[in-house]
Design a protein around this ligand. Structure first.
Ligand code: SF4
Length: 148
């Protein structure tokens, strides 16, 4: 996880998501999947699960495949390193307009490109509005300082 964190710790998307605060960016999801896989083996869960209600129907082979997949792919390199959803409307637009953060865009208030992120998109927009004028490095520092 330290490796993943090192790669993205000074990154944020133009949408305002700070990569170090995201469980996909920080490597938490991938690491948890790998650890869960190890716990399943170490605790021999498939052996005793059939004796616990509901445990007899679990496909442990599929679970193993899923966790392997997550450990390998459920991580994000961050927008600056080619990660994130390839068709993200926010990143594409911000790049075209030359903004590192959408808080520098005069169209932020009326922008509809955050809508695909639903409620989270509205929260991000508000954060960007509150932090207009902050350069990316300052914004990341401030957001990281607010993390629990
Ligand atoms: S219009 Fe402005 S605020 Fe909206 S995505 Fe593009 S750069 Fe960001």
């Amino acid at each position: 996880m330290e490796d993943a964190l090192d790669k993205i710790k000074s990154q944020a998307g133009p949408c305002g998501i700070v990569c170090g605060s995201c469980p996909l960016g920080s490597g938490t999801v991938a690491e948890t999947a790998a650890r869960t896989k190890k716990h399943i083996v170490d605790c021999q869960i498939p052996m005793w699960s059939p004796f616990v209600p509901g445990g007899e129907v679990i496909d442990w082979t599929a679970m193993d495949r899923g966790l392997d997949w997550m450990a390998k792919y459920a991580c994000c390199a961050g927008c600056e390193n080619g990660g994130g959803p390839p068709d993200c409307t926010i990143r594409i637009c911000a790049r075209e307009r030359g903004y590192e953060l959408c808080s520098f865009c005069s169209d932020l208030d009326s922008c509809t490109k955050f809508e695909w992120l639903k409620e989270h998109g509205s929260v991000l927009k508000e954060k960007l509005k509150e932090n207009r004028g902050l350069f990316k490095v300052e914004y990341i520092k401030k957001m990281m300082a607010q993390m629990p």
